[in-house]
Ligand binder design. Structure first.
Ligand SMILES: [Zn+2]
Length: 264
């Protein structure tokens, strides 16, 4: 029941993410009623119900019958799943774990938005990264404060998050700086700060490794099966988000497995 409720709540957030993904890259503001991107008709309350509206309207705009992209549905559904998965993983029994759950849901939602926007526009937006970074740092601080682990450098979230943020952003910054933005955009450097702060050093490294593997796989597939060349740009933020999402949920397991592999 709780899983289902959080799934529904997730689809509502997913509906908001759709607006963010659609409007922010175009520089539009987030206020104002939603409208059909084809006929620009303002949508009513009943058109905006996550998932259900899409099913009942059979994926078409009520006013102009234009097909609505399936991705709205997919993003709402995925956000719901991510929220339910976060609850499944954390299953809070006290205030600390409730805050942890909020952190998981927030971070997962942000990663989903970054994933799609970078894929579509090759953009990692400051309006998304910086508020999320601030929120994550505050949540980390609350987590440690409640658990009396604030001064704890390695076991805590707050300080280790900040250290991880800098530790990951520095190499990214060097790559960006010395390649003059050719191999990596400055957006990736800022995203690295967020990933480090949210995941801590261990899981961030897992996420980064996964991102490199995913990026390598996808670019080889593109090289083989499409007319992309080695010079074609790839949205690294998309792979970083995907890798970090996996690291968020499976980071501990993967890290343990990897350390064992190395003989620790
Ligand atoms: Zn329409």
């Amino acid at each position: 029941m709780a899983l289902f409720l959080l799934f529904i709540f997730g689809t509502l957030i997913g509906s908001f993410l759709n607006v963010v993904i659609l409007r922010l890259p175009k520089g539009e503001n987030l206020g104002g009623r939603s409208y059909c991107t084809h006929c620009r008709h303002t949508l009513s309350f009943w058109d905006l119900f996550p998932i259900l509206s899409f099913i009942f309207l059979r994926g078409r705009c009520r006013y102009c019958q234009t097909r609505i992209s399936l991705r709205y549905f997919i993003i709402e559904f995925c956000t719901g799943l991510l929220f339910a998965a976060s609850l499944w993983l954390v299953w809070p029994t006290n205030l600390i774990e409730v805050i942890l759950l909020i952190k998981y849901c927030l971070f997962a939602a942000v990663l989903l938005a970054v994933f799609v926007i970078d894929w579509e526009h090759f953009l990692i937006l400051d309006q998304i990264v910086f508020p999320s970074l601030a929120a994550i740092i505050v949540l980390n601080f609350c987590l440690d404060l409640l658990a009396h682990r604030l001064p704890n450098i390695l076991g805590g979230n707050f300080i280790s998050g900040l250290l991880a943020a800098v530790a990951l952003a520095l190499p990214f910054f060097s790559i960006w700086y010395f390649s003059k933005g050719q191999w990596m955009g400055f957006g990736d450097v800022k995203l690295a700060l967020l990933l480090g702060a949210a995941l801590g050093l261990g899981k961030t490294l897992v996420g980064f490794l996964l991102a490199a593997i995913l990026g390598g796989l996808v670019s080889s597939l593109l090289l083989i099966f499409s007319n992309k060349t080695m010079k074609s740009k790839l949205p690294f933020g998309t792979f970083l988000s995907a890798g970090s999402l996996i690291a968020l949920f499976y980071g501990d397991i993967l890290l343990r497995w990897y350390l064992r592999l190395l003989g620790f």
